[in-house]
Design a protein around this ligand. Structure first.
Ligand SMILES: [Zn+2]
Ligand SMILES: [Zn+2]
Length: 124
């Protein structure tokens, strides 16, 4: 009976050690896997945002590519400061629904209006 008990102890101790070892190995592998997954997700997110940026840049370029040699920022002839007095579009697509196309207002008052939405602009 006592022999069997000792034999049991002798067997249980290494078995427990092996289990503990396997457990810590598994934990380590799991942590490494989580790290790898996080890293991969981060890469995907970065790639997506780079693609979005590139798409936006291309859109912006296409919008400006209308055959006009823009003269942004001159504010000439009553145009908004960021608009091109030659073709009327703004350097950056404005917030809101309308991508304004500014035209000079007729008459004695210096100012401009958007030919699409009718918004008025009056220089200070
Ligand atoms: Zn222009
Ligand atoms: Zn407009």
């Amino acid at each position: 009976m006592r022999d069997a008990f000792f034999l049991g102890v002798i067997l249980v101790v290494p078995a427990a050690l092996v289990i503990a070892l396997l457990y810590s190995l598994a934990k380590f592998a799991w942590a490494a896997y989580q790290d790898w997954r996080l890293f991969r997700e981060l890469n995907v997110i970065q790639a997506e945002s780079a693609a979005r940026r590139e798409h936006k840049r291309a859109d912006r370029q296409k919008r400006l590519d209308n055959g006009c040699e823009h003269a942004f920022g001159t504010g000439l002839g009553g145009f908004p400061p960021n608009a091109c007095p030659k073709c009327g579009i703004e350097r950056e697509k404005p917030m809101g629904r309308c991508d304004h196309v500014w035209r000079r207002k007729d008459g004695p008052v210096i100012g401009s209006y958007c030919e699409k939405c009718g918004k008025q602009y009056q220089p200070e």
